[in-house]
Design a protein around this ligand. Structure first.
Ligand code: NAD
Ligand code: UD1
Length: 365
């Protein structure tokens, strides 16, 4: 697809204007806003002048993330500790102050755990989203931005992956819960023209806020590559297992599209803005369009941190695919958004966060 740079630049200028002039009364409800991506998005919203309420049950986070948001933004989001499956609590939140739109991050995301306790995943993710949509409709709120995942493409036949490529079969209940939610929201929007829904398919979110005050704070041993590497660099874990070096990729290790969490957060603001003129369901990949292998990630982290990352080659991880990276042009054309931060910034920001907060948000500031 040809990308017209002047057109995109003009759109970006307009977008910046719109965000800056957003009336202070635009109130966004952020579910799961104490978590990794939600907290960075809450910060970006506050900095852009939105009024923000976070609802989170803190099952995989702490409210310390929101204290850090307040420290950086100079103002705090309103925080309600509540579960999105709890109808009464949702009604209370929607009843407090009119909500203009919801950005919905709340959910469980551990792939391995979802295989062990699938019902917990379907309840939290699918039933949670259903309850949320019911409450939204009841309170006249019809704009929803949903955190989907590139996992809905399954093992893609071709890369880069375009949004109109056929969806695949996710290999685990977590992935299937995302696919079910996408289908549920598509049915909902088809049934009632008042809905404006964005399905944002994230590729691999990494990195941390450049202040070093906010970042990813996984519970226990990390499942994902970059938090694992960061903990090896910090001496918390002995070595990295590289899951397979016999994939059909340049160096045999898995290739992914890593996207800086602050770029990702900004993508939500762009989606929110675009949704005003887009009834129905809109689907956007949020990725960089660039794939990196596990070995490239190790080398880049070593360069950024000055640390050596010991690793060994281990068997492939069940459910893993060889290559996954986005065709990011639809978001660039339709949202005027693209990821700007490069691999170096992703690594440096991750290391600043890890080195400054060895116990994550439990570290005393
Ligand atoms: P996270 O676990 O850091 O954040 C999710 C937040 O939701 C947590 O703060 C948790 O306490 C909260 N939560 C969970 N269930 C809840 C409930 N029933 N009610 C209220 N709050 C609840 O995860 P994240 O990495 O920030 O991911 C945010 C969203 O993006 C998730 O939906 C995830 O599936 C999706 N996603 C994440 C990735 C990734 O790699 N991080 C990739 C693709 C999609
Ligand atoms: C994983 C999930 C996916 C989820 C995504 C973001 C699986 C099978 N998939 O994707 O559903 O949407 O996280 O949360 O869990 N790697 C290692 N050693 C490690 C960790 C990872 O070599 O210790 C490799 C993997 O094989 C992969 C790459 O690093 O090639 C990235 O892994 P990871 O960060 O877990 O993300 P995904 O596999 O893309």
């Amino acid at each position: 697809m040809r990308v017209d740079k002047d057109y995109i630049r003009a759109k970006q200028d307009r977008l910046t204007e719109q965000i800056i002039t957003m009336p202070a009364s635009t109130h966004i409800l952020v579910t799961g806003g104490a978590g990794y991506i939600g907290s960075h998005t809450a910060l970006a919203l506050l900095q852009a002048g939105f009024d923000v309420t976070v609802i989170d049950n803190l099952s995989n986070s702490s409210d310390e993330s929101l204290k850090r948001v307040a420290r950086i933004a100079g103002k705090a989001p309103r925080f309600v500790k509540a579960d999105i499956r709890d109808r009464e609590q949702l009604n209370a939140v929607f009843g407090m102050q009119p909500v203009n739109a919801v950005i919905h991050f709340a959910g469980l995301k551990a792939v391995g755990e979802s295989v062990q306790v699938p019902l917990r995943y379907y309840d939290n993710n699918v039933a949670g989203t259903l309850r949320l949509c019911e409450a939204m409709a009841e309170h006249g709120v019809f704009t929803l931005v949903f955190s989907s995942s590139a996992t809905v493409y399954g093992d893609p036949a071709t890369v880069p992956i375009r949004e109109d490529q056929p969806l695949g079969t996710p290999t685990n209940p977590y992935g299937r819960s995302k696919l079910m939610i996408e289908q549920m929201l598509t049915d909902l929007a088809a049934s009632d023209a008042r809905w404006h829904v964005a399905l944002l398919r994230y590729f691999n979110p990494v990195g941390a806020h450049e202040s070093g005050l906010m970042g990813e704070d996984p519970n226990g041993i990390p499942n994902n590559l970059l938090p694992y590497i960061a903990q090896v660099a910090a001496g918390k874990l002995r070595e990295l297992s590289v899951f397979g070096n016999d994939y059909p990729t340049a160096d045999g290790t898995g290739v992914r599209d890593y996207i800086h969490v602050v770029d990702l957060a900004e993508g939500h603001l762009s989606a929110l803005n675009a949704l005003k003129a887009r009834p129905g369901v809109s689907v956007w990949n949020l990725g960089t369009g660039q794939g990196y292998s596990v070995l490239e990630m190790i080398r880049a982290f070593e360069l950024a941190s000055g640390k050596t990352i010991p690793f060994r080659i281990a068997p492939r991880r069940a459910g893993d695919i060889a290559m996954c990276f986005a065709d990011a042009s639809r978001a660039e054309i339709e949202l005027g958004w693209r990821a700007r931060r490069r691999l170096k910034a992703m690594m440096e920001d991750t290391w600043r966060w890890q080195a400054g907060n060895p116990e994550g948000y439990r570290t005393k500031p």
